[in-house]
Design a protein around this ligand. Structure first.
Ligand SMILES: C[S@@+](CC[C@H](N)C(=O)[O-])C[C@H]1O[C@@H](n2cnc3c(N)ncnc32)[C@H](O)[C@@H]1O
Length: 348
């Protein structure tokens, strides 16, 4: 996702905030202010592991649970300070609720990986299946490591934005792993790693009706395809993202997801991939001749429109509504199959 700061720069090298003196980039230590806290103080910011980090003159804080999903993971949230937001709808509030529920104490569901990270020509790294993954099989459940209000970059100074990102990532037990993810800036010497990594690897999600950028450390290794082999489903309560095979994936095949909405027409799709993700789309779908591309766009728009109608009819729930929903659903399946076959024809 995009990170553009709204207000000008500050030139301070070090900022004193919440009694935490911020030094140079740390990769394996926690902030001094957190380690010196008394038990009483720590109680006052539970369930967070550290005192929330709130740079002066911003409405934003970093909330970190270092134990989330096990001692080697954790999650940090950049969100508005509770007193200045509708607490009930913030990601932090949603996570507070989740952390105090029995569900959070259940062991994380670990799925033995049927894939490995490998170099993929022209794409950096990616995931390659090492065993057959059947259509409909859940191949990964990943939890967010960083979640940030999508509006925060436009509402803070660049320096503050970068400090928030730095604290969010460096307070995590898995900071090193997050910082080793791909970077895509064309000017890497002048863009801090925390910002570049977040920009290159985070996806838009919705929590409590608000847009957030979320970084999932394992999903971050999955490359884009316009006709992907897997789909993701985000759960805003548990901050988990489930990856499911869309069709059979054979050993040696790349596991891909779509970075764009299914119905986004080809032209804005290419623009989005180039400007927001930094690569020109070279997949078979984008390379179709204009007439076939227009047919593909129309099919995708149809699937999207009919899909919404089916959901609305099922929600109404009357006998006639359900009959019509089944009829429309058959059309959706046919259009999805045509879209798939048509692209496969192009490959043959
Ligand atoms: C979320 S990361 C995906 C994993 C990444 N390739 C890596 O090395 O960790 C997104 C970045 O991967 C690259 N990428 C993803 N899909 C691609 C594709 N279809 N073609 C070229 N590059 C792609 C782009 O550099 C993009 O900014």
């Amino acid at each position: 996702t995009e990170i553009r700061y709204g207000v000008g720069d500050l030139t301070q090298q070090r900022l004193l905030s919440n009694n935490c003196l911020l030094g140079p980039l740390r990769h394996d230590s926690i902030p001094a202010c957190a380690t010196t806290a008394s038990a009483d103080e720590a109680d006052s910011w539970a369930p967070w592991s550290y005192k929330p980090y709130c740079p002066q003159n911003t409405n934003y804080c970093v909330f970190t649970s270092a134990e989330f999903q096990g001692p080697d993971r954790g999650v940090s949230i950049i969100d508005v300070q509770p007193s200045k937001s509708n607490n009930a709808t913030s990601a932090a509030a949603s996570l507070v609720q989740f952390l105090s529920s029995a569900l959070a104490r259940e062991a994380a569901q670990r799925i033995s990986p049927h894939y490995e990270v490998r170099d993929i020509p022209g794409k950096g790294k990616g995931l390659i299946a090492t065993r057959k993954i059947s259509r409909g099989q859940v191949l990964m459940i990943d939890h967010a490591a960083v979640v940030a209000d999508e509006r925060f970059p436009t509402r803070v100074r660049r320096e503050h934005g970068r400090l928030l990102l730095r604290e969010a990532i460096e307070r995590l037990p898995m900071a090193r792993e997050v910082l080793s993810l791909a970077r895509s800036s064309s000017d890497p010497d002048n863009v801090p790693a925390v910002e570049d990594v977040m920009k290159t690897n985070s996806f838009s999600v919705e929590i409590g009706g608000r847009a957030y950028m979320a970084l999932f450390p394992q999903i971050a290794r999955i490359n884009h395809a316009c006709k992907p082999s897997a789909l993701t489903h985000f759960n805003a309560t548990t901050l988990s993202n489930t990856v499911t095979a869309f069709h059979d994936i054979l050993p040696g095949d790349e596991i891909t997801i779509s970075y764009t909405a299914f119905a986004l027409p080809s032209q804005p799709r290419r623009t989005h991939l180039l400007h927001k993700w930094g690569f020109p789309c070279t997949c078979a779908l984008c390379a179709l001749p204009p007439r076939l591309l227009a047919e593909s766009d129309a099919r995708r728009e149809l699937v999207d429109r009919l899909g919404r109608e089916v959901v609305a009819l099922v929600e109404k729930g009357g006998a006639q509504d359900l009959k019509k929903a089944v009829r429309l659903y058959r059309k959706v399946v046919k259009a999805v199959e045509e879209e798939g076959n048509q692209i496969c024809d192009e490959w043959n």
